[in-house]
Write a protein that binds this ligand. Structure first.
Ligand code: ADP
Ligand code: MG
Length: 497
């Protein structure tokens, strides 16, 4: 039993039973909380050591030190998530993979979805330019590799998982999440609760994504060619990335990875006459982008040139430029229009996938967009305003939505944004463990990520699979809970019926 934290009623709650005023729902934690102080005193150092010794760690912006790591923030116990909805989104992942793949290969749909966005959003316009340039010149590599991650909240009002977004570029945490899953198994064991372990699903996220990269490498069919990780100038989430390298090497000892940022690629990357991408003497079979999704990662024209060189090449890209465009917020809003799914999926498949979407609204100039603006101005707390950006920290919430819309509502600038219903996840309690800070029992909400791998051309899909999951949990009081920003932390799933 947990106590309602929001003063909306006086009682305690069974798992998933809503409060009287329906404002919030409180989930039972996997164990009755709080834990006795003596138990906490013993278990916290064990959890921290397990995390550190298994590489659930990162570098921090403050006091950056390339010679040392700090443990990543995490929750002490796995967080509750309804099994029925977990199973549902796992099962639907291959359909979502196919949906994104088909959208990425439907030029007319991409063009009609993004034609207004590219007039007002410079970043999307630059990506679009690369896409059209390569299209006009003739595509050298028709195979794309999708390493997607679909994010969901369990929504209290709808009693179902609702999609937050689909990431088609730099879907991160496949490695660290598997370490935290292991840590939670260990902790429940240490707490003498082995009978709870069957609530923790297996998680092969890292192995699955890496086997996708290896399959793409095999399709490229050049034994000496390597996999290129396109990285940031400074990588804070270094463990997550390095574990991908180690896993690739474990699965295929003969496959090598090199890491370069876009500036380095601009200096030494070039194409051969037959469009092979060469970097410092290495032929590149597969390009895995862990950067390139935000404007700040393109410091100058040189980095954009590097991106164009990559897209022109015969290397298999994850994502290809069309995958990245398919993953924009604008395209996701257009997909959610009635009947659009039926252009890409069978009626019954469209029905199943459509149930995952919450309300998404175009803000394009015109009567439809005007209605959405008005709706958001009247009830801003019911919505999230999203620009065409990735990486967290860009969305607008609550009263600020009104301020932003007030400024842009009469101009085409508003076409750079989309509007989305705000999803209301249930609250639960857990212990937040952060380096150098006392452990705190806090109220949190959890966001489930489901990984998917797809490899194929517009005509032929060679691999299409669900590929593990991750859980990120954040304080219930914050809008966004970036792990690096300190308001969110790594977690794992405790399934309940
Ligand atoms: P990004 O691509 O920058 O990660 P997201 O759309 O995933 O953008 O939003 C970032 C975060 O904002 C999510 O992880 C979630 O915590 C919160 N968020 C986004 N959309 C919604 C929504 N519709 N309802 C509630 N929270 C949301
Ligand atoms: Mg994203």
């Amino acid at each position: 039993m947990a106590t309602c934290p929001s003063d909306c009623c006086d009682g305690t709650f069974d798992q998933m039973k809503p409060c009287k005023q329906m404002t919030t729902t409180v989930l039972d934690s996997c164990l009755p909380l709080p834990l006795p102080v003596e138990v906490l005193t013993e278990i916290i150092p064990k959890a921290k050591d397990f995390a550190l010794l298994h590489g659930a760690a990162m570098r921090y912006k403050s006091n950056f030190d390339p010679d040392s790591l700090k443990m990543a923030p995490f929750f002490l116990l796995p967080s509750a998530f309804p099994r029925r909805e977990f199973d549902r989104v796992v099962k639907l992942q291959p359909l979502i993979n196919v949906l994104m793949h088909r959208i990425a290969h439907n030029h007319e749909f991409l063009e009609s979805s993004l034609k207004k966005t590219v007039n007002v959003d410079d970043f999307t316009a630059r990506l679009w330019k690369i896409y059209t340039t390569v299209r006009e010149e003739g595509v050298s590599q028709w195979v794309s590799l999708g390493l997607f991650r679909c994010d969901y909240f369990y929504s209290v009002p709808s009693h179902s998982a609702q999609q937050v977004e689909i990431n088609t570029i730099a879907s991160s945490f496949a490695a660290l999440t598997t370490r935290v899953s292991l840590m939670h198994r260990y902790i429940l064991g240490e707490l003498r609760k082995p009978e709870l372990l069957h609530h923790l699903p297996e998680n092969d996220a890292l192995a699955g994504l890496c086997s996708g990269m290896i399959s793409a490498w095999e399709v490229y069919s050049c034994p000496k060619a390597v996999i290129l990780f396109v990285i940031e100038d400074v990588t804070y989430n270094i463990c997550d990335q390095r574990f991908h390298e180690y896993e690739i090497r474990r699965q295929r000892p003969d496959v090598h990875v090199i890491r370069r940022n876009l500036t380095q690629i601009s200096k030494t990357g070039h194409l051969t006459d037959d469009k092979r991408l060469m970097i410092d003497g290495n032929e590149i079979a597969v390009v895995y982008f862990r950067a390139g999704y935000e404007p700040a990662q393109y410091h100058s024209e040189a980095e954009w040139e590097a991106r164009l060189t990559i897209e022109r090449s015969r290397a298999i890209k994850s994502p290809s430029i069309q995958y990245q465009l398919a993953g924009t917020k604008k395209v996701q809003q257009e997909i959610a229009r009635p009947d659009v799914l039926k252009q890409f999926l069978s009626d019954s498949e469209a029905e199943l996938v459509g149930q995952l979407f919450t309300g998404l609204y175009s803000l394009d100039l015109g009567p439809e967009g005007d209605r959405a603006v008005q709706m958001a101005m009247e009830n801003p707390e019911r919505f999230v305003l999203k620009p065409q950006r990735e990486g967290g920290g860009n969305n607008v919430y609550g009263a600020e939505i009104k301020e932003v819309l007030e400024k842009i509502k009469d101009s085409a600038e508003r076409e750079a944004y989309i509007l989305m219903d705000r999803i209301r996840p249930p609250i639960q309690e857990n212990y937040l463990v952060r380096p150098y800070e006392p452990v705190r029992l806090v109220e949190v909400v959890s966001e489930l990520g489901i990984f998917g791998v797809i490899l194929g051309t517009n005509k032929d899909i060679m691999i299409n699979k669900f590929s593990g999951h991750m859980l990120r949990t954040k304080l219930s009081s914050v809008n966004e809970g970036g792990v690096a920003a300190g308001l969110g932390a790594l977690d794992s799933v405790f399934l309940f019926d």
